[in-house]
Design a protein around this ligand. Structure first.
Ligand code: E4P
Length: 288
């Protein structure tokens, strides 16, 4: 059951409704789920089909994503389900927005994921104006989070998430958890309309420190949530210290949240690499 002092919402990061069922059984609660093209490509039904040498047509893969998301939505009707648009480095905002409109109609509780790139922000800006809920993914810098804030100004709390990817920063020797603390500190000066969703979680310590920092939401893979549940849902105590080992710290920057999003320097190579990887994993599912 949900610990009574737990304020942060806990999401499962995955593309398999079987895992969703299992986590609800193990934890007794689940506040939402995040999916992405790579996670959908790892879905056991998709894997089985590929192992038989049967790839999907473009229509079939969209139907498969829709079915999967519908199944997850039924398991967490009160929660939020993040559904990601296809975007490679050449996908224009208009194409992302077209997909978003369709995906948003699949289930009543979708947040549409757009990359935190120029085209992604352009699309997200239009999406919130049209009343869609959004999740800006592949965020690696405080500037990108400031741009998300600016591009979605006017949206109501609950409708906009930003997803900083901590594990991928750790992977290249930077302390991803610093980014969480820096964005939360920067957002204190704002109106609170963007919620921070800690993503790319690799271990229980990421989860515990994100809880301590007061992340609005944390999405974690099956194994991390399972381990946390099996340990009895420990919450960080007052004296909890996160050990970042040899990771290089990321300094806090004073950034003006009132600037236009286009005036922020939002390029980050991991955002580009992330889009390349998501699109490659998706395209590998499709018949040539
Ligand atoms: C969540 O929304 C992300 O898609 C996810 O956490 C990515 O994690 P990874 O870096 O382990 O792929």
């Amino acid at each position: 059951m949900r610990p009574k002092d737990l304020k942060t919402r806990i999401f499962l990061d995955g593309g398999d409704p079987g895992e969703t069922k299992e986590i609800i059984r193990l934890l007794g609660f689940l506040d939402g789920q995040t999916t992405n093209p790579t996670l959908i490509s790892k879905n056991p039904r998709a894997r089985q089909r590929l192992e038989k040498g049967e790839k999907f047509t473009r229509e079939e893969i969209i139907d498969f994503y829709q079915e999967t998301v519908k199944e997850i939505s039924k398991l967490i009707p009160e929660g939020s389900i993040s559904v990601e648009v296809y975007s490679d480095l050449s996908t224009a905002a208009e194409a992302m927005l077209r997909q978003a409109k369709e995906m948003f109609s699949w289930i009543p509780n979708a947040h549409i994921k757009f990359p935190t790139s120029r085209e992604g922000l352009k699309a997200a800006e239009q999406a919130v104006k049209r009343g869609m809920r959004v999740n800006l993914t592949l965020c690696f810098t405080q500037e990108q989070a400031a741009a998300v804030y600016a591009a979605t100004r006017g949206a109501k709390k609950g409708d906009v998430y930003v997803s900083p990817f901590i594990g991928r920063l750790d992977d290249r020797g930077e302390n991803g958890m610093d980014l969480i603390s820096n964005i939360l500190k920067m957002y204190q000066k704002g109106d609170g309309h963007v919620e921070l969703l800690t993503a790319s979680v690799r271990k229980t310590d990421h989860l515990l420190y994100a809880l301590k920092l007061g992340s609005d939401i944390i999405t974690a893979p099956f194994n991390v949530l399972k381990e946390w549940g099996e340990k009895g849902f420990p919450l960080p105590k007052g004296n909890y210290v996160y050990d970042s080992g040899n990771l290089k710290s990321i300094p806090f920057k004073e950034i003006d949240l009132t600037k236009k999003w286009q005036d922020h320097d939002i390029r980050h190579e991991l955002t580009d690499k992330g889009m390349e990887r998501f699109s490659a994993d998706w395209n590998a599912l499709i018949k040539a």
